[in-house]
Ligand binder design. Structure first.
Ligand code: NAP
Length: 454
């Protein structure tokens, strides 16, 4: 697929960018490898100055960066501004804390000394998705640049202007040529880059299908990977939950970014005692969205990222209904230009329905009614995914006990999932492995090197 800006608000093609040819790709790999040899010897202060300057530029020119997100993948402009602010916070966070996270660790040994240093490993390659076009790359680039690695990024083909804007940002902030490289490359070239001996590690955020292809290729080359994949997060409402709060959070958790978040709340699991009231209120709230231009401040329902995404999601809903699910809200394209999907709720999804195990990447909520807390936990864990989840209860100890039994990488109590620079982000099972953000995120691609003195 070509690297192309196609505005999902009206499906107009705005700009197309050529793919890198073989010579240009080789030149960029060579430049990154040469840059690494210099960058690895810089100190934290020098690296930190570049990241802090990039964060400052993002804050100074928020609207310019945010507008590109909205243009290319349709995010509501206020949420695009929020993403720019979060990306700046990630850059600042690693600028400020990387040195402490990577400080040498002295081991207690009987004779001599033993120290574990955290050394960079080389040029890293990231394959990134369109749903948060800056945030996803900030959380890969910031920790790794601070660790002394350099990064090359293949961004999603529908956000080329965001991809270029981030590369320019790093250059403007003073990163040397080759420290951060954007690559407009084909899938075959992705494989070629992974095979290249100059690449020492690979990170992917995206679907299970892409993760399996990229991880297999990297594994064949004995290269370390991290995988941030899909999810079908459970949103559990226990009988002592604050119902109003739960409904409000359910709407936020499902509808943020037009439902296109890996940690969006996707399966709403409500105990019988509250099920009817929750569903009635959730349904009323889901019916209250206003579609429109995502650049306009009074629009509350954005288009999906592309026409193709909309068609796939409509098919998935239709297939779920054909397998016995009941459509209680939405389920159709909104009758206007652009990739707009009505907020949708499906109920009566039995385990044989493909919907039971699938991720719905858009404004489609799956509603399940369960007799009690035990059934809620069992249903939450009956998923191929293990990314995030939420538990609602006014008894925090109880909610914590339930959270401890949920098989995912993250659980949030009395709120939908969220992301912050200082909180580890990642999953288990088909949601992938490894962590990004926090102190954990900077440890993935460093050499924990022992230096022992006799
Ligand atoms: P996708 O198709 O997997 O795309 C993600 C990236 O992988 C894009 O750059 C894409 O390039 C590339 N890609 C796809 N197939 C590839 C292949 N065979 N070889 C090499 N590269 C390949 O993902 P998506 O469907 O657009 O994004 C949504 C998915 O990402 C959802 O499942 C969502 O849950 C997940 N996600 C996970 C996280 C997390 O942190 N866990 C965060 C956000 C999204 P092209 O654009 O050129 O196809």
């Amino acid at each position: 697929m070509a690297y192309q800006t196609k505005n999902p608000f009206d499906n107009s093609i705005v700009a197309t960018f050529p793919e890198c040819d073989a010579a240009a790709l080789e030149a960029r790999l060579a430049q990154a490898a040469a840059c690494y040899e210099a960058w690895r010897t810089t100190g934290f202060a020098e690296r930190s100055a570049v990241l802090a300057r990039a964060a400052a530029i993002l804050r100074e020119r928020t609207d310019e960066f945010a507008t590109l997100i909205t243009l290319e993948m349709g995010k509501l402009i206020a949420q695009s501004r929020g993403e720019v602010a979060l990306s700046a916070a990630i850059l600042d966070y690693y600028a400020q804390h990387a040195e402490r996270f990577l400080a040498p660790e002295t081991l207690s040994v009987e004779t001599g000394t033993a120290v574990v240093e955290s050394a960079p490993i080389g040029v890293l390659f990231g394959v990134e998705p369109w749903n948060y076009p800056y945030y996803q790359i900030a959380r890969f680039a910031a920790p790794n640049l601070m660790a002394g690695n350099v990064v090359m990024v293949k961004h999603a083909s529908n956000v080329p202007q965001c991809a270029l804007a981030f590369e320019r940002l790093m250059q403007e902030a003073g990163a040397p040529a080759g420290a951060y490289t954007n690559l407009f490359i084909s899938k075959d070239q992705v494989a070629q880059v992974i095979d290249d001996p100059r690449i020492r590690g690979v990170a992917l955020t995206g679907s299970e299908a892409a993760g399996a292809v990229v991880a297999a290729r990297a594994g064949h080359n004995l290269k370390k990977t991290t995988m941030e994949l899909g999810g079908s997060d459970a949103f559990i409402v226990l009988k002592d939950a604050d119902l109003e709060r739960a409904v409000k959070s359910a709407v936020m958790g499902r509808m943020g970014n037009a439902g296109q978040a890996c940690t969006a709340s996707k399966r709403f699991i409500v105990v019988e005692a509250l099920a009817d009231r929750f569903l009635a209120q959730f349904q009323a709230a889901m019916a209250g969205f206003t579609p429109g231009d995502p650049m306009a401040k009074d629009t509350t329902l954005a288009p999906l990222s592309s026409e193709e995404a909309l068609v796939n999601l409509l098919d998935q809903v239709e297939r779920s209904v054909a397998h016995g699910a009941r459509l209680v809200q939405g389920g159709a394209r909104i009758d206007r230009p652009g990739a707009f999907m009505a907020p949708t709720i499906l109920t009566d999804i039995d385990p044989a329905n493909p919907a039971y195990k699938e991720e719905f990447f858009g404004p489609v909520a799956l509603f399940f009614r369960v007799p009690d807390e035990e059934a809620a936990i069992a249903l939450a864990n009956d998923s191929p995914f293990g990314l995030g989840g939420s538990v609602f209860s006014t008894d925090i100890d109880r909610a914590r006990r339930v959270a401890s039994r949920i098989d995912t990488g993250m659980v949030f109590i009395n709120r939908p999932a969220s992301s912050s620079p200082d909180l580890p982000f990642g999953g288990i099972k088909n949601s992938g492995y490894g962590r990004e953000l926090s102190g954990a995120g900077i440890q993935e691609f460093v050499n924990k090197k022992l230096i022992r003195v006799a």
